[in-house]
Design a protein around this ligand. Structure first.
Ligand code: BGC
Length: 477
């Protein structure tokens, strides 16, 4: 930066524009020490979220998912998967093939969710989903069959059982009325009954992080963490049952949906929030909710960059102090511009022109620096949070070192995989492999259903063999 921005004006002893720019970006630069502090706070919040008596006031919800095992490679069968999490809804027909350890997407259909539905009533949303599902079943000639179904619903839900899931709150731009506090499976079934042209049997509810972990887990059985850095952000991992205080039982493991997006909602991240983060939160449709997510995920990063560019322009440090109409308008700086600009100055010049700005080479470089700063902060914060989880798994098992795999999905991760670099410093005792999931949240829902079927079959066989042993015992006595 010193080479392309003017050096300190020694004569007058005033800082150069370059130094002033760096000063504005300083609050986004989190030192390793600060990240470790953030990680320690998250560790405490995770314990609070798991606790029976502390859960209700925990910002990090640590939701039990009732997924008790990852795939062992013997799963098989045909499944339907529904996937709702962003601006699209997808229906998939998935075949799991044991012999080849492969999950094959037989077919799928995408339905857009228009903004009026995202902000309309719950009934409208579920009618739209049921209509899309009906169309797909018709096109696949599947209406007569009742295939087991997995439903990836990527919002924080209090899961009562695998097929009962109460929406705690909407995130990521959704705000349909009458759904918070309700069972999503019930709302889906009601919408299907309103139509009356087809029916469904069992539904397994899955968060997208869980779907990602499970679909990666079929390829690599050491995968026990799922992470999403896309429109929103979140992670899940396999926790020891004895630590999941809100669910009966001490044996084995259960996947916990951390909902780490809510980290900081109780004010615990106040020291690292910048003035720009506060504006993003204040002007969002859910102020005060998902503080950590708003510093990291795709729904918000572009807007943070826009606000910083506005500020630098108003201070006459960019574009000769001239703000364009587009730059002044909320959400015009799309998150995808960040990686495009980081890829090369030519992209930066094109985007700035499209935004109606008059720029010179220094402006383009400063914009690239702003983009790098915001995306690096996102990556480093995610790394700190992931380090907390892997180190917890290591400590749970009393191991000096842990080797594990993280299944990961989301465009922000795919475009900015730099978080991997920080992991080495933040979780020095853990060796982590990242497995990028393809189609994970959809296929993973099918895999959750497949694993649940395998476990049910195994326990039936076990009961039968126990029964046989009892009979033998009776005969013997
Ligand atoms: C939701 C999570 C989800 C994440 C990634 C967040 O806004 O609360 O449930 O996993 O986005 O899609």
């Amino acid at each position: 930066i010193q080479t392309f921005l003017c050096p300190l004006d020694q004569r007058r002893g005033v800082p150069s524009p370059g130094e002033v720019i760096l000063k504005h970006l300083e609050p986004f630069r989190l030192s390793l020490e600060k990240l470790k502090e953030v990680s320690t706070r998250l560790r405490k919040d995770m314990i609070r979220g798991l606790g029976k008596h502390t859960h209700h006031r925990a910002a990090v919800k640590m939701l039990p998912t009732f997924v008790r095992a990852t795939p062992d490679g013997t799963e098989k069968g045909d499944f339907l998967a529904l996937d709702l999490g962003g601006t699209n809804f997808r229906v998939l027909h998935v075949r799991v093939m044991e012999e080849e350890q492969k999950m094959v997407k037989m077919d799928s259909q995408l339905c857009a969710i228009p903004q009026e539905i995202m902000l309309g009533t719950g009934e409208q949303l579920f009618d739209h989903i049921a209509a899309c599902l009906s169309e797909f079943l018709d096109s696949q000639n599947l209406k007569g069959q009742t295939l087991p179904m997995g439903f990836t619903f990527s919002f924080p839900c209090e899961q009562k059982e695998i097929d009962k899931s109460i929406l705690i709150r909407w995130t990521k731009g959704f705000n349909c009325s009458g759904v918070e506090g309700e069972d999503v499976v019930k709302l889906l079934k009601e919408a299907i009954h309103r139509r009356g042209d087809y029916d469904i049997s069992s539904v397994a509810m899955v968060n997208d992080t869980v779907g990602t972990m499970m679909s990666c887990g079929y390829r690599d059985q050491t995968c026990e963490i799922g992470m999403i850095i896309g429109t929103g952000t979140n992670a899940c991992y396999m926790e020891e049952m004895k630590n999941v205080k809100r669910v009966e039982g001490e044996d084995g493991q259960m996947c916990i949906n951390t909902e780490w997006g809510g980290f900081g909602d109780d004010g615990s991240l106040e020291d690292i929030l910048t003035e720009f983060d506060k504006v993003v939160d204040r002007t969002s449709i859910n102020p005060g909710v998902h503080t950590f997510e708003k510093m990291i995920s795709g729904m918000y990063l572009g807007e943070i960059v826009r606000l910083v560019l506005m500020k630098l322009t108003e201070k006459k440090l960019l574009f000769k102090g001239e703000v364009s109409e587009a730059l002044r308008t909320k959400e015009t700086f799309e998150t995808k511009f960040i990686s495009m600009i980081e890829d090369g100055l030519e992209n930066a010049k094109k985007i700035l022109t499209e935004l109606g700005l008059t720029w010179d080479l220094v402006d383009a470089r400063v914009v690239r620096l702003v983009c790098e700063t915001i995306s690096s902060r996102s990556a480093r914060l995610c790394a700190a949070a992931l380090a907390t989880i892997v180190d917890r798994i290591r400590a749970n098992r009393g191991l000096p070192h842990l080797k594990t795999t993280v299944g990961v999905d989301g465009t922000v991760y795919k475009k900015h995989p730099k978080m991997q670099l920080s992991m080495h410093f933040l979780a020095p005792d853990c060796k982590i492999k990242f497995l990028v999931s393809e189609d994970g949240s959809g296929k993973g829902a099918a895999m959750v259903t497949a694993v649940a079927q395998r476990l049910a079959l195994q326990s039936r066989l076990l009961e039968e063999s126990d029964g046989e042993e009892d009979e033998e015992e009776k005969v013997r006595s």
